[in-house]
Every structure is written in structure tokens, then in C-alpha cells.
Design a protein around this ligand. Structure first.
Ligand SMILES: Nc1nc2c(ncn2[C@@H]2O[C@H](COP(=O)(O)OP(=O)(O)OP(=O)(O)O)[C@@H](O)[C@H]2O)c(=O)[nH]1
Ligand SMILES: [Mg+2]
Length: 324
């Protein structure tokens, strides 16, 4: 069977041409089988190119200022001509297929800056990441220096973003008890950086830091992650936030942990997709997470993650219909 080549010229994507990026992301969201095949072929073609982007997850409760902070980070990146893309997951819309403009309205982009912003509908009411959003990140990481993924996260719904982000920034509000809630939910190991936003002046920032540090002292494990009190409104300590994000990336690269981390994340993502599709018993028939790992390793080297996942889920359905 011959797959029609993707109607998108990769060189235009690599040049960061907006029209072309938009067309590529539309293709990823198109459910028609012929278009899906083209989308997989496009992602496969891209795997031959380096994926230099640092993938940053920005997560936190609704309204803490994630989008506002991203706007500021965009400005900082634009000054240095860094290419940046934002994948924003909109939890208010569960219906897939439509890009939403809400976040774009809140994020200001300097004219001519190499920035691309796209919203995706959430997978569930908790703001989970859809397969399309994952595919978008898989694509964008070949084209950018930084890909920021904004997700609303409360407690357990955090987990999707850790399957895709190299660095997770948890954004909270001062004096909100957010950190305590995260500790209680057992998800405080997720963030690499903690940003307490809306700390609009130095006095507030000091108090906010003390408040969060007090909550963190309840944690048993050693705490080496940076905690920053910032303000998207008054531009307080935003360069520090940008520096902390880049320092974490540097840490991963210099310790040779970025590549193994991504491999582990991809397998965790595939395993969660299997769970989503066929449940715990289905995963067991496959041999559990080790079975996923084994299947993954056997796929053709030039196949993208998205393609491997399709093959994996396809094999499950085959298994189902032939064993029930
Ligand atoms: N005072 C103050 N207000 C802020 C700051 N950052 C954001 N806000 C305000 O907080 C509100 C929410 O900001 P957003 O950036 O939309 O927050 P968000 O976390 O992206 O919100 P959702 O995507 O809806 O979860 C807006 O009214 C912002 O103007 C800040 O540093 N200080
Ligand atoms: Mg937002």
C-alpha cells in the first residue's frame, strides 16, 4: 500500500513558516483515515531531523497566571530570537477538533517574533492532554528552541504533562494553600521548578516564599528544586524564572539524562494510552509496561512515537477481536 506523501514541505516547517506549521497541525488533528496516514508519514519524515527543542510544561490550578507568565517568557525568548511554540490545553472544551482562541487572546506576541501558539481541547474535564496535543509537541520540537505546554493541573491530573515535558514548572498563587494540596495529593515530586505568581512586589514575594517554604518543610524528601516568587503583572523575577528553566535543561543535558528521560516518558505515555484504551486487564494481556517496551523496540527505527503508538493500539484491537 502506498501512502500519499504529506502535502506539506518539510523545509517550510524547518524554516518556521507559520502557514505551514498551521497546516501540519491541522493535518495531525484530521481524523479522516487518508489524512491520518499522511500525518503519520509527516511525523516519520521529521524523525530524521534533530529535535533540539526544550519542552517546558507550565501547569497549575486555573487562573494562577500560567498564560500571563508564558507571555512574558515569550518576550524574553523573542529578544534573543529563540523560536518558541506554545501548546495550550483548554480544559473548558472537551470536544476535540477545534483550536480555541481563549489563550491566544491572553498571550501577547511581539510582531515578527518567531512564535507559534496553538490551543487544543482537553482530553477530559481535568485538562488531560489529547493524542493530538502530544503529536503537536512531537512535531514542534523539531522546529523550535522551546516548546511550552500549558495545562491546567489540579492534583492527579498533573500526570499527563510529565509524559511530554523535560522541565515541569508548577505555578501557584500566594497564600492559596495550593502547595499543601499538591503535597496531600502526592504529586509534589512532579515539578522541577515552583513559581509562585502574583507576588507583585518584593514584600509580597518574600511573604509568599516564606509561606511556600513552610508548606514544603512538611515534605520528607530533600528539596533541591528552585522556588521563585514572580509576577507576570509587574515583571518581577521573570528573568530568574527563565534562567531557572534553562538551568534545568542544561542540567539534564550535561548529566546525559535528557535522552533516557524522554525514552522513559514516551513509554509511560504509551502505557497510559493502552490503559486508556483497554484498561488494566488489556495492559496485562500485553505483558504490562515491559510488554509495551518490548513492542516499542521492535518497531522500525524510522517510525515516530505517534506511529508506534498506532501500531501498538492496532495490535491490541487485533488481539481483542481474535481472542474474545
Ligand atoms: N496581580 C496579578 N495578576 C495576575 C498576574 N498574572 C496573571 N494575573 C491575572 O490573573 C488572571 C488569570 O491569568 P491567566 O494568565 O489567564 O491565568 P491562567 O493560569 O493561564 O488561567 P487558565 O488558563 O484559565 O487556567 C488574569 O486576570 C491576569 O491578569 C500577576 O502576576 N499579578
Ligand atoms: Mg491559561
Amino acid at each position: 500500500m502506498s501512502i500519499q506523501r504529506p502535502p506539506i514541505d518539510i523545509s517550510t516547517l524547518l524554516r518556521f513558516e507559520r502557514k505551514s506549521i498551521a497546516a501540519a497541525l491541522n493535518l495531525l488533528e484530521d481524523r479522516r483515515p487518508a489524512r491520518q496516514a499522511q500525518a503519520l508519514a509527516l511525523l516519520d519524515d521529521l524523525t530524521a531531523f534533530p529535535a533540539p527543542a526544550h519542552i517546558v510544561g507550565m501547569t497549575g490550578p486555573p487562573g494562577v497566571g500560567k498564560s500571563s507568565l508564558i507571555s512574558r517568557l515569550i518576550e524574553i525568548a523573542a529578544c534573543e530570537d529563540r523560536r518558541l511554540a506554545v501548546v495550550a490545553v483548554d480544559p473548558s472544551s472537551k470536544v476535540s477538533g477545534g483550536a480555541l482562541l481563549g489563550d491566544r487572546g491572553r498571550m501577547q506576541v511581539p510582531p515578527h517574533a518567531p512564535v507559534y501558539i496553538r490551543s487544543f481541547a482537553a482530553r477530559d474535564r481535568l485538562g488531560g492532554l489529547s493524542r493530538e496535543a502530544f503529536a503537536a509537541v512531537f512535531l514542534l520540537r523539531h522546529l523550535c528552541d522551546v516548546v511550552i505546554v500549558e495545562t491546567v493541573g489540579v492534583g492527579q491530573s498533573e500526570t499527563d504533562v510529565v509524559h511530554i515535558a523535560d522541565t515541569v514548572v508548577l505555578v501557584v498563587q500566594p497564600f492559596s494553600g495550593d502547595v499543601l494540596q499538591f503535597i496531600k495529593a502526592g504529586v509534589m515530586e512532579i515539578p522541577d521548578i515552583l513559581a509562585v505568581n502574583k507576588a507583585d512586589d518584593e514584600l509580597l514575594a518574600r511573604k509568599a516564599m516564606a509561606d511556600v517554604q513552610a508548606a514544603l518543610s512538611l515534605e520528607r524528601q530533600a528539596w533541591a528544586r528552585p522556588v521563585l516568587a514572580v509576577s507576570a503583572a509587574t515583571n518581577l523575577h521573570l528573568e530568574d524564572l527563565d534562567a531557572a528553566i534553562r538551568a534545568h535543561h542544561h542540567h539534564l543535558v550535561s548529566h546525559d539524562t535528557l535522552t533516557p528521560k524522554r525514552t522513559e516518558q514516551t513509554l509511560a505515555w504509551a502505557t497510559s494510552e493502552v490503559l486508556h484504551e483497554v484498561g488494566r486487564r488489556g495492559l496485562q494481556t500485553l505483558g504490562g509496561p515491559d510488554g509495551v517496551k518490548h513492542f516499542w523496540a521492535q518497531q522500525p527505527a524510522q517510525w515516530s512515537e505517534r506511529h508506534r503508538l498506532d501500531a501498538l493500539l492496532g495490535s491490541l484491537h487485533w488481539h481483542h477481536t481474535h481472542t474474545e
